[in-house]
Write a protein that binds this ligand. Structure first.
Ligand code: GLA
Length: 390
């Protein structure tokens, strides 16, 4: 299956959500807003180590139609989850075991109210096209879309970086995933046509154009991800353990020389985890430089090394993701780059593919992946899009 969504389809999604709102609430919405999902080009499992990441926002996202209410009730119609309706009061926010999706709204608003207790309720209709559980940040795009809606409805003084921090807080404190800041920040602050090198230590960032002759090519392995949060949280804990050993706040402060010198003192599995993070930081910075210089051979080598490190040292790939990377690499060689993307344990691989090789790459996946792994792949040709707060 191939998908390609143009910006005009973003507008179609926004028109759809307006209609859905009218059907649910028998009146027009006061506003419609949209926040994108993301793909990470390089720099995985570095954000919560204060490191570097190089993501881009994509033209798949979450759209919300919204109107204010005079009371403190929030009523959410989620078109793609059932559809289902969830109603709660801002004064009584509790975790919902049954409608898991509603916890993203609740957690986000609970975190928002720490800064903006003055907000009142809202009626919301939500629809999105980021594949869920695929490592393309459907949840971050949902959180950022909620924050954009409330920012506009109540004219809050909230910038994109603070919105991202609130979204992350919702995940960490309410949903229970100890994620870093990358997904929310790129969804809020991505720049159309660009990737962003984000320094997760001080949240400074730099945009770099993605050349027009390259396609952001994403393939979902469609491996069902299980126990992702606990495996993710364990990786984070392992990284923190090594940082503690060195007496620093995060692995960002540890050099490869220091790490290598301490190899005998660190448990082998923890050593490998840390080696991934320290080397991945260097790769993200090198890839930005190569992207700016249009040096595809270096981008290709850095992405390849990143995948191997995530496979062997961080151990978050699956055989299906490894298989996809090998297939795509056999066509691209040094003319493009490919690696797993996001948290791992299933989900997507990302490739930077010269436009004239897109058909060849698509053909090899369609002819080999299902045959080898018994799963049908989903292919997305993406553009780098604009963040909700940019
Ligand atoms: C998930 C998290 C991010 C980041 C990536 C791995 O997407 O939400 O914060 O840690 O995994 O790079």
């Amino acid at each position: 299956m191939n998908f390609s969504v143009s910006d005009s389809q973003d507008f179609k999604q926004q028109a759809l959500v307006q209609t859905l709102f009218e059907q649910q609430f028998q009146r027009s919405a006061a506003l419609v807003c949209h926040a994108p999902g993301r793909v990470n080009i390089i720099g995985d499992h570095t954000d919560y180590n204060d490191g570097f990441v190089l993501p881009a926002a994509i033209n798949y996202g979450t759209s919300i139609a919204a109107s204010k209410r005079e009371d403190r009730i929030v009523k959410v119609y989620a078109h793609d989850c059932g559809p289902q309706i969830n109603v709660f009061s801002l004064d009584d926010i509790t975790f919902d075991q049954k409608m898991m999706w509603s916890n993203y709204v609740k957690g986000t608003l609970q975190a928002l109210m720490k800064k903006h207790p003055e907000i009142k309720g809202a009626n919301l209709a939500v629809t999105g096209n980021v594949p869920q559980g695929a490592g393309l940040s459907s949840s971050a795009s949902f959180e950022i879309a909620i924050l954009k809606a409330f920012t506009q409805l109540y004219q809050l003084d909230l910038n994109g970086v603070n919105a991202a921090l609130i979204g992350q807080q919702a995940e960490n404190d309410f949903v229970g995933c100890n994620c870093g800041i990358m997904d929310q920040l790129i969804s809020a602050m991505g720049q159309q046509g660009h990737a962003m090198l984000l320094d997760c230590k001080d949240l400074s960032f730099e945009d770099a154009p993605i050349p027009d002759d390259l396609t952001l090519f994403i393939v979902n392995s469609n491996v069902k991800r299980g126990l992702v949060d606990s495996a993710y949280n364990l990786r984070r804990h392992q990284c923190e353990t090594v940082a503690k050993y060195f007496g620093v706040s995060a692995l960002r402060e540890v050099t490869m020389e220091q790490l290598t010198a301490a190899e005998e003192q660190i448990e082998p599995e923890l050593f490998k985890r840390a080696r991934h993070v320290v080397s991945e930081n260097a790769r993200a910075v090198a890839t930005l430089k190569a992207l700016k210089a249009n040096d595809m051979a270096t981008i290709s080598a850095e992405m390849k090394a990143s995948h191997i490190s995530l496979r062997d040292d961080f151990e978050v790939t699956t055989k299906e993701m490894d298989g996809l990377v090998d297939m795509i690499d056999s066509v691209l060689g040094e003319q493009g780059g490919v690696r797993m993307t996001g948290g791992g344990f299933g989900g997507c691989v990302v490739a930077l593919v010269p436009n004239d090789l897109v058909t060849k790459v698509t053909d090899i996946i369609n002819s080999k992946y299902e045959q080898e792994f018994g799963l049908s792949p989903s292919i997305y040709h993406c553009n780098a899009s604009q963040g909700a707060f940019r």
